[in-house]
Design a protein around this ligand. Structure first.
Ligand code: MLT
Ligand code: ZN
Length: 472
């Protein structure tokens, strides 16, 4: 949007479509929307639109398309890659009013959810119906289903249950030209041509705006075990992972790794609580087992496996959660890690994956490569070890300020991603591309794949109004 007169003309048009009170333009009303999780990208939308239905989302998009107005869709704003950072002149399309109660179909184990529902409210609705939505992220209290699907979010249970994509059976989305693609399919099998649902999932709002989805649910696990372990190295964590896979297979629902520097960043956030292990270790693993049926022997088998691992020197110490409260306390620590890293200034972030077998080598080589660029840099990797996915985040060398440190991000990232690619890994495993990784996309993504993506983008959004500057 350019001049003030044009701006007023468009806001009047939007008001006619969704009601004036849902078109936010005052500085005060805009303020809560004008930031993004990382604090790295300016968010300068002149207005925020809050449509209340799929048809209103579609009408807004048709209007923006007709007038060439760029639209940035916004869910819970918890993304890590600047995907919701609306540059000057782009309007923000908030989905937060699309938040009707999730509809659970217990017999078919599915749930129909509006885009603006938080992941947590969807989990709770499933639980009330005696079912389980295993998709779980630290930010689930704010992350909204539309954003979770648009970014194909992962989280801590991917190892057993998959990414957001693996939960989605059907989708409804408004397209750039104002048409609604309604495919709220609730079938396990539906083999009817191109998979448009999976095209929209992970497209980060660049191909359409997801307004509703049908998610598949799982049986609620009846037996659970959780252990927090201290180990001598990431190499030991890899050995332990292989051992546990052999013993428990798909019963492992989470196998999370925390390096010693990442663990140290949590210390100020214990708030007087005792640390779960008495001594410090070089590496930590938080592991969950879950069994759908009653499995009274699970605890004993797990205890025995931990005792054997201890005897063989695979682990140095362990604590087993004795009840749900202890289990929640251990997971609470894990979930505080992103916030703790933010406080510690771990501001050069990487969300990489490598084959699980390469994780220990990657950690050592990635740290060395970053050190070669910036001596004293503090690598604090943590993450979804069982998925081969690490958040290899770095804090500045002692004494270096944030802006000097951030200025070195491109070199550090190039060094770390170089190591990752040597191990045949991915430069973006979980968080998506957003605006943060378009450089890596252009540099590292297969050129034919990029061409095909651009052709799809042109077909669905010929005027380029949907989240321009993100992904491609
Ligand atoms: C996590 O695993 O906690 C999230 O992906 C957040 C992060 O990378 O900081
Ligand atoms: Zn993660």
């Amino acid at each position: 949007m350019s001049s003030d007169t044009a701006f007023q003309h468009y806001t009047a048009a939007f008001a006619g479509l969704i009601g004036a009170r849902h078109v936010l333009t005052s500085a005060e009303a805009l303020a809560p929307y004008l930031s993004e999780e990382r604090g790295l990208y300016p968010v300068k939308a002149p207005c925020v639109l809050r449509p209340g239905s799929t048809d209103e989302v579609a009408a807004v998009l048709a209007c923006c398309n007709a007038h060439g107005i760029a639209v940035v869709p916004r869910g819970g704003n918890t993304g890590m890659v600047g995907g919701t950072a609306a540059p000057e002149g782009h309007v923000l399309l908030s989905l937060d009013r699309l938040a009707g109660a999730p509809q659970v179909d217990s017999v078919n184990a599915t749930m129909t959810v509006d885009a603006g529902c938080t992941l947590q409210s969807a989990q709770e609705a499933a639980r009330e119906a005696g079912l389980y939505l295993p998709l779980s992220l630290a930010s689930e209290g704010s992350a909204q289903i539309g954003g979770v699907l648009a970014t194909n979010a992962g989280g801590v249970n991917v190892l057993r249950y998959g990414n957001a994509r693996d939960f989605c059976l059907g989708i409804e989305a408004a397209l750039a030209d104002g048409r609604v693609l309604s495919d709220l399919n609730a079938l396990r099998k539906n083999n009817t041509g191109y998979d448009l649902r999976n095209l929209l999932i992970g497209s980060e709002g660049t191909l359409g705006v997801i307004t509703r989805a049908v998610l598949r649910l799982h049986p609620m696990p009846r037996s659970r075990q959780t252990a927090f372990m201290g180990l001598a190295s990431a190499g030991r964590a890899l050995e332990l992972y292989n051992r546990m896979r052999g013993l428990f297979g798909d019963q492992i629902s989470a196998f999370e790794f925390i390096s010693a520097p990442a663990w140290a960043m949590l210390a100020p956030h214990l708030h007087g609580r005792a640390a779960p292990l008495a001594e410090g270790h070089r590496a930590y693993v938080l592991m969950d087992l879950a069994s759908v049926g009653d499995d009274p022997g699970l605890e004993e088998r797990f205890q025995n496996s931990l005792a054997a691992a201890f005897d063989e020197g695979l682990i140095e110490d362990a604590t087993l959660a004795a009840n749900e409260t202890q289990r929640a306390a251990l997971w609470d620590l894990r979930e505080r890690l992103p916030e703790a890293q933010k406080h510690a200034g771990a501001d050069i972030k990487h969300d990489i994956s490598v084959p699980v077998s390469a994780l220990a080598d990657f950690i050592a080589e990635g740290q060395a490569a970053a050190e070669a660029v910036l001596p004293g840099i503090v690598g604090a990797p943590f993450g979804h070890f069982g998925d081969g996915n690490l958040h290899f985040n770095f804090a500045p060398p002692p004494g270096m300020n944030r802006s000097d440190f951030r200025a070195r991000a491109p070199e550090v990232t190039q060094a770390v991603v170089g190591v990752c690619l040597r191990h045949r890994g991915s430069f973006s495993a979980e968080h998506g591309i957003g605006r943060a990784k378009t450089g890596e996309m252009a540099r590292y993504k297969n050129p034919v794949a990029l061409d095909v993506m651009r052709a799809i983008k042109r077909a669905l959004d010929p005027k380029g109004i949907l989240n321009p500057g993100a992904v491609l």
